[in-house]
Ligand binder design. Structure first.
Ligand code: BTN
Length: 259
């Protein structure tokens, strides 16, 4: 069971995680924060030991063994006009990656737009969902799933999963890891507000696919080209022949064979 005291002692944030809501079991922490309008503290965090309807990008299911991993959501509901959602996505993935580097010296590989990999295996994923009021984003809920102490993964996966436990060979403290992620996430959000280019640089420095030939699948079209950059908007820039194309969303995979 998640130990609140162990978590609290390591939490150094001003806002994020200061309102902390814990569930043994819930459908989805994202869904909860999107709908519970009476939870209104900027940076409120909802953690669940088990999700019965945990979901990921592009309608996928997020499967996580109860009590072994971290499945949580962070509420951002103030001054959202200062941020681009694409930047928040990259910032959240970067923050999880930096926490894994700091605590366990793992060499991380960020995969556009929102996956955290170790080599080619996925250790964490991010899903941001929003509610809109008029023209404005009212709530942005940053959902994060990290594979922490899970040893075995059954089933079929888009990307082969891994966990901290599998990578370093021993169990780690979920409380310590969650506090580290939130500490870094808050710092990075402050930095994003002032110096978004710095966050993009930090993200790119950890993206091993940059410069490679890739395939981008947006669910309708598959495009092949060279992944040459992430622009100021957080879009992927794909070089196809002589032409540069901006990609706003999709799944990126390495193209192993040349055509
Ligand atoms: C992805 O890789 O596609 C994103 C996965 C995001 C999963 C997290 S777990 C906590 C939060 N609640 C959800 O239902 N999804 C996110």
């Amino acid at each position: 069971m998640f130990n609140l005291e162990k978590f609290d002692i390591k939490l150094e944030t001003e806002f994020i995680g200061r309102n902390f809501i814990y569930f043994e079991k819930i459908d989805s922490t994202n869904k909860f924060l999107l709908n519970e309008k009476n939870i209104d503290d900027f940076g409120a965090v909802v953690l669940a030991e088990e999700q019965t309807a945990g979901h990921g990008r592009m309608g996928r299911t997020w499967i996580s063994r109860p009590e072994r991993n971290l499945t949580f959501s962070v509420l951002l509901n103030r001054e959202l006009e200062k941020f681009k959602l694409s930047h928040l996505n990259l910032t959240a993935a970067l923050s999880v990656g930096m926490a894994l580097e700091n605590l366990y010296q793992l060499s991380i590989n960020l995969k556009w737009p929102n996956d955290v990999l170790i080599g080619k295996k996925k250790i964490a994923g991010i899903l941001i969902e929003t509610t809109i009021q008029g023209e404005k984003i009212e709530r942005a809920v940053v959902g994060i799933g990290v594979n922490v102490n899970q040893e075995f993964f059954h089933g079929e996966f888009e990307i082969e999963p891994t966990s901290v436990r599998k990578e370093i060979g021993s169990e780690v403290s979920r409380e310590r890891l969650l506090a580290e992620i939130l500490n870094i996430f808050e710092e990075n959000i402050f930095m994003l507000e002032k110096y978004p280019s710095k966050i993009l640089e930090m993200w790119k420095a950890r993206c091993k696919m940059l410069g490679a030939k890739v395939k981008v699948d947006d669910g309708k079209n598959v495009k092949v080209g060279k992944f040459i950059d992430i622009d100021d908007e957080g879009f992927l820039i794909l070089l196809r022949g002589e032409k540069e194309e901006k990609i706003a969303f999709g799944d990126v995979t390495l193209r192993e064979h040349s055509e």
